[in-house]
Ligand binder design. Structure first.
Ligand code: MSP
Length: 504
């Protein structure tokens, strides 16, 4: 049994959750669910990033204390997880006292190891990113390339982290571990940033109070990014009361992040871990943006596809499927309600939903719901043999859209199989009862295997369809044609109703 630890970024609580946040979380959930199906020991972490300027400024604008705004919005992020049918093992909040204590302990060690000094920062800063921008990160007119707002000139006395001294160790890391960052273009981008020359970075802020207090100087709080990055490590210390999961799950197998936070995860984070004497994650996978009207979807830009609205009308599986299907995970891509509806109709309702309804209906009509026993049709072997392994190999590289493609192939194959075999004709001919038996059991068994493999993307649909087929076994060991022991099927309500009910 392998151990597998996957994380999402922790989300800023300065605004309510939107589809961009749901996106990374769904992708991590697909990986976690798949690895559990393989029998691995899995830990899946998500949560909220609550300190620093982005939250303090948003709270002030609403006349609230930062903690009040954090409490309010953290609840909304927490509530998003079950709505998305996401199976996170813990939800971390960086205002958790256990997190705060462990951040202080680790960063005190970084300080004691000689990686910290007092200096003066002068330069450009984006309060929305909470990011001190270096020269090649500044857009025309002194603007933030992400938020397009004017950068502010900051000058303050801060403690600095000696990032510059990690230039060589980081270059070595990238040389030795070409799969540390994926996709390849992001690896190249991170390495170029490192080779461009690293400057020391602020580790603390003197001007802010909404943060983790610096143990060796009460006048400072830690710069929010160091506090935030450490969540991946601190959570393991207290996620299970009375138990420390660190040795079981550290280092993380996968950090999934959006490309906006590449520098922090592929440069600062490994350097910080080295400075603290902790081992480095295996992989950082950097996905692209979901775009609407050619811009990164974000609450502040006002161009969002509301995940709650979509789920109220079409259910969580449809949203999960759409996000990972329409935009290749790792690339940027546009999303729209029109594209969503087209895929819902043609793929979920027609290809999968109809296939399931027809299969169950024919078993009920021709065989009174009994699944005929015997081996599956060898004609299906080519498309089913090795399926779970093919999908698994892609998931292991976080190629989640390619993995979905591979997992969807059996659905298409079974649709062709129904048309080729035309069971409704076989049913008219009493001499062909054996042939009809073979076709019906092959369809039922094929649906079972397809749904087991697809269940990380479509957990609710898999539960319902497998229940109608009389099983709840999700293990991938059983995801082979003929491994099933189906006996009876039951009526199934349409999986993806065409006229989706609108929420009350
Ligand atoms: N709090 C930091 C992350 C700290 S991690 C130690 C942060 N938070 S955030 O709320 O701005 O969320 C950033 C993440 O949300 C992105 O990295 C990405 O995973 C996801 N996305 C936000 N908007 C997105 C899109 N429009 N498209 C795809 N993902 C997006 O940065």
């Amino acid at each position: 049994m392998g151990s597998f630890y996957v994380t999402t970024p922790i989300y800023y609580v300065n605004a309510a959750p939107h589809l961009g946040h749901a996106y990374t979380t769904i992708a991590a959930d697909v990986m976690a669910r798949h690895r559990r199906q393989r029998g691995d020991d899995v830990f899946f972490l998500t949560g909220t990033d609550e300190h620093g300027e982005p939250v303090a400024d948003a709270a002030r604008a609403q006349g609230l204390e930062p903690q009040e705004l954090a409490d309010r919005n953290a609840e909304r992020f927490k509530a998003l997880m079950p709505r998305l049918d996401v199976s996170n093992d813990f939800f971390i909040r960086t205002s958790d006292p256990e997190h705060v204590a462990r951040v202080q302990e680790v960063l005190q060690r970084v300080h004691d190891n000689g990686h910290v000094y007092m200096g003066t920062y002068e330069g450009w800063y984006c309060p929305r990113c909470a990011d001190f921008k270096v020269e090649n990160e500044i857009e025309e007119g002194n603007r933030c390339p992400i938020h397009h707002i004017e950068l502010t000139r900051e000058q303050e006395d801060n403690y600095f982290f000696r990032l510059s001294t990690f230039q060589e160790p980081l270059e070595r890391l990238y040389a030795e571990r070409p799969d540390f960052v994926a996709p390849r273009a992001r690896y190249n981008e991170a390495l170029a940033f490192i080779r461009g020359g690293l400057q020391d970075v602020s580790l603390t802020r003197a001007k802010l109070t909404w943060g983790v207090p610096v143990p060796w100087d009460q006048g400072h709080v830690f710069y929010v990014w160091f506090d935030a990055l450490l969540n991946y490590y601190t959570a393991l210390g207290y996620a299970r009361p009375g138990e420390d999961l660190t040795s079981r799950f550290w280092p993380a197998t996968y950090h999934l992040i959006g490309k906006d936070i590449l520098k922090f995860h592929t440069v600062f984070w490994p350097a910080l871990l080295m400075a603290a004497g902790l081992s480095l994650p295996e992989h950082v996978f950097v996905h692209g943006y979901l775009l609407m009207d050619g811009e990164k979807m974000s609450k502040s830009l006002g161009n969002v596809l509301d995940p709650f609205e979509v789920m109220d009308r079409f259910g969580s599986d449809a949203l999960r499927y759409y996000c990972l299907r329409d935009v290749s995970f790792g690339q940027d891509g546009s999303v729209s309600t029109a594209a969503f509806e087209a895929r819902y109709e043609s793929e979920l309702a027609n290809e999968l939903g109809n296939l399931a309804s027809r299969t169950i209906a024919m078993l009920l009509r021709y065989r009174d719901g009994a699944v005929p026993s015997g081996p599956p049709d060898p004609a299906l072997a080519a498309d089913f043999d090795g399926l779970a392994e093919r999908v698994g190999a892609l998931i292991d590289r976080a190629e989640i859209t390619a993995a979905l493609d591979a997992a969807w192939r059996p659905v298409r194959r079974l649709n062709r199989y129904v048309e080729e075999q035309a069971p409704w004709n076989l049913a008219k001919d009493a001499d062909r009862a054996d042939d009809l038996d073979r076709v019906l059991r092959s369809l039922a068994e094929g649906m079972r295997v397809a749904m087991v493999v697809l269940s990380p993307w479509l957990p609710e649909t898999a539960r319902r369809l497998l229940a109608a087929l009389g099983t709840d076994d999700l293990s991938l060991a059983g995801a082979r044609l003929g491994a099933g022991t189906l006996e009876r099927v039951e009526r199934l309500e349409p999986l993806f109703p065409k006229e989706a009910p609108t929420a009350a």
